[in-house]
Design a protein around this ligand. Structure first.
Ligand code: FUB
Length: 458
């Protein structure tokens, strides 16, 4: 994490030379390296579950999975780590690409892990909450063929039948039972025909483009299999079918090889009337094929349900809605940031931590309505504290308030501090800029603006 902090600080220094609008909003997470996005829509919120490339990883050093949520697609709340490979007593590592799905009030998270007795296998974890904690549902793998059991994708059809697909170099599937933690029938190996998955040349072992990372879903009666294709470096292709079990028809390339990662991994959802394509690249400072970052693009299906070409951008997507500052907002609600880290909070959830002079958080599209009058923040500090400067539209933009925080006696000794706010009206990007002396200044759990009466509220 320090590595990203330092490198972001360098990149921020360079960014001071360019207009604010050039700041990137992809990758969507800048505090750590994330990979293998698996979006899920539940109860009006979009969650994205990710893998987590450890700092300095040079060969898929991945210990846990992470979860982020949003309701506007630009400000992402860090929900922490819902699951780790160590949750599976039979696993020794490799928290690779998984997918979570809700059913019957529970959440089922399918993940590949490396078994203590050797080889990757698919496990399933269950939780009562989308953000976990998840526990091993079985105490042993759910599915294992002995060959490339990675990258599970799960989908429940309209008739209630659930399917789990996975694999590299093979593509397997099983029909899951209603309980989502067992399956009926045997594991089926999908025939990887060139009609179904395209033609690969120059590789005696693989005749088709299918590589790994399948993402299986249905839309307007058409079944989609979107996957990483073509070997190293990967690109993203897709196939469709009129049945959940094929036969599949190869439909072409969605995203060419781009970015500083030789793998890519798709996740596709519709959310609030728009379609979104999640993927990963190596775009963060220090990024590479083993220190990847999750990004998202909006796209429109063609009229016949086929995909357009989608390119990686640094601008990301537009906000679906503005953010309400007059409710408690988790401090780890972030569009962009520089220098901060996220940690587990003693009051529940996460908090913003390791804050130093000059660090900042951008929250995009905040609707102050007819005006905010004050600001509250839940803060803690084991040092002598610092200030939270409230600025509009840029890190050097109009200062509308300064909340000063003194030492509270501990990094998890929480108090609520307030300050007056003047000049925050209408819709703005809000910057929480942290200033003060040397070393770590303060932690923030949540913040909330106030106004004079409901007429002033958004
Ligand atoms: O993240 C580890 C592996 O890299 C995933 O399982 C693959 O899909 C590739 O992204």
């Amino acid at each position: 994490m320090k590595k990203i902090r330092n490198m972001l600080a360098i990149s921020f220094a360079f960014s001071l030379m360019i207009p604010e609008t050039c700041y990137a909003e992809n990758p969507i997470v800048q505090t750590i390296y994330t990979a293998d996005p698996a979006p899920m829509v539940y109860n009006g919120t979009c969650y994205v579950y990710t893998g987590h490339d450890e700092d300095g990883s040079t060969n898929y050093t991945m210990k846990d999975w992470r979860c982020y949520s949003t309701t506007d697609m630009v400000n992402w709340v860090d929900c922490g780590s819902p699951l780790s490979y160590s949750t599976f007593s039979w696993a020794k590592g490799d928290a690779w690409a998984g997918q979570c799905i809700p059913r019957n009030g529970k959440f089922y998270y399918y993940v590949p892990v490396n078994q203590k007795n050797g080889g990757m296998a698919i496990g399933v974890a269950v939780s009562d909450s989308p953000t976990g904690p998840f526990k091993d549902a079985l105490g042993h793998p759910l599915a294992s063929t002995g060959t490339g059991d990675i990258d599970p994708t799960v989908f429940i059809d309209d008739n209630g039948q659930a399917y789990l697909y996975w694999g590299n170099p093979n593509l397997f599937y099983v029909k899951l039972n209603q309980d989502m933690i067992s399956y009926s029938g045997s594991i089926v190996k999908v025939p990887l025909t060139t009609a179904g998955f395209g033609v690969r040349t120059g590789n005696a072992q693989r005749q088709t483009l299918y590589e790994e990372g399948p993402w299986f879903y249905k839309r307007n009666g058409m079944y989609y299999m979107v996957y990483a294709a073509g070997g190293i470096p990967e690109y993203i292709c897709y196939s469709t079918s009129t049945s959940p079990t094929g036969p599949w028809q190869y439909r072409g390339k969605i995203m060419s090889t781009q970015g500083r990662s030789f793998t890519n991994h798709p996740g596709v959802i519709d959310y609030k009337g728009k379609s979104y394509f999640f993927y990963h690249n190596g775009a963060l400072p220090g990024g590479s094929g083993f220190t990847r970052s999750v990004c998202v693009e909006e796209f429109k299906y063609n009229a016949d349900g086929t995909f357009p070409t989608i390119n990686m951008t640094t601008t990301g997507v537009s906000a679906i809605s503005n953010l309400n500052p007059y409710v408690k907002n988790e401090a780890e609600t972030i569009c962009m940031e520089s220098g901060i880290e996220i940690e587990k909070c003693s009051e529940g959830g996460q908090d913003v931590s390791y804050v130093e002079n000059g660090d900042w958080i951008k929250v995009k599209g905040v609707n102050f309505g007819s005006g905010a009058t004050s600001f509250n923040a839940r803060v803690a500090s084991a040092s002598s504290g610092g200030n939270i400067e409230l600025r509009l539209d840029s890190v050097t933009g109009t200062l509308v308030g300064t909340c000063s925080v003194q030492g509270t006696g501990g990094w998890q000794s929480w108090v609520t501090k307030s300050c007056n706010v003047n000049g925050a009206k209408g819709v703005h990007d809000l910057y929480l800029k942290f200033t003060g002396g040397n070393g770590y200044l303060l932690n923030v759990n949540w913040w909330q603006f106030n106004s004079n009466g409901s007429a002033n509220k958004m």
